[in-house]
Write a protein that binds this ligand. Structure first.
Ligand code: ATP
Ligand code: MG
Length: 224
């Protein structure tokens, strides 16, 4: 290939191409309510008789737990490209060994964070190019995109107040500056605007049961 030849495009495909299941992801800043909504959705789906796999990134596999420990709790500097590759390595292993088999079985996969988090956080760090981070993830996963991504949009100060009330310890990312979290929020909203058919954006200040109802409606329309 010559230097100025166009790069081959990745071909993102719908997750359902890999099987009869559904791949759902929750995105948003720390404390936005992802775990709360994932739990409510799981309960509802199980009540509908669906098999549900709850999983997370980073850390959804044995390998991933070790990678998560490095990424979130390493005390020194991690080179930005190394950090992006660590997330991508976790994702590649997780998608191949957990997500794809579940979709192939016909299960519903509910995942806490996926490639949109990588793009939003790495991009907000202003060191790596957001498109590069997205392409890296798509390469790692063979182009797997969720059937539905719920973005819980919340002002970082409000999210901080929720986590303080919970007395949750800061991890490495949470300890970053407020301005960084604001850039993450803007980045998430831009990703959602670019793929309106994949994203459901919710105002996360609404009560949890109200949000859960909106999520259920979006999932129900994809189950048929
Ligand atoms: N809609 C809501 N309104 C008010 N408080 C909420 C709402 N949803 C969740 N909370 C509360 O906010 C806190 C954080 O919620 P949760 O743990 O679900 O968020 P999260 O996005 O999973 O956070 P983390 O990024 O830390 O995993 C909890 O105390 C939870 O009870
Ligand atoms: Mg959570």
């Amino acid at each position: 290939m010559t230097a100025d030849a166009p790069r081959p495009p990745h071909a993102p495909r719908a997750a359902t191409a890999g099987g009869p299941g559904l791949f759902l992801t929750f995105e948003g800043g720390d404390g936005a309510g992802k775990t709360t909504q994932a739990t409510l959705l799981e309960e509802w789906l199980r009540g509908q008789g669906r098999e549900v796999v709850r999983t997370r990134e980073p850390g959804g596999t044995d390998v991933g737990v070790r990678i998560r420990d490095i990424v979130l709790h390493h005390r020194g500097h991690i080179a930005p490209r190394a950090e992006a590759l660590l997330y991508a390595a976790d994702r590649a292993h997780h998608v191949e060994t957990v997500v794809q088999p579940a979709i192939a079985r016909g299960d519903v996969v509910i995942q806490d964070r996926y490639l949109d988090s990588s793009v939003a956080y790495q991009g907000a760090g202003r060191v790596l190019d957001a498109d590069d981070v997205r392409e890296l993830s798509l390469w790692a996963t063979g182009g797997l995109l969720p059937d539905l991504t719920v973005l819980l949009d919340l002002d970082p100060a409000a999210a901080r107040a929720r986590l303080d009330a919970d007395d949750k310890p800061f991890d490495r990312l949470e300890a970053e500056k407020a301005e960084f979290h604001e850039r993450v929020r803007v980045a998430f909203l831009a990703l959602a605007a670019a793929e309106p058919e994949r994203f459901l954006v919710l105002d996360a200040t609404q009560p949890a049961p109200t949000l859960a109802e909106r999520v259920r409606a979006a999932v129900a329309s994809r189950l048929v």
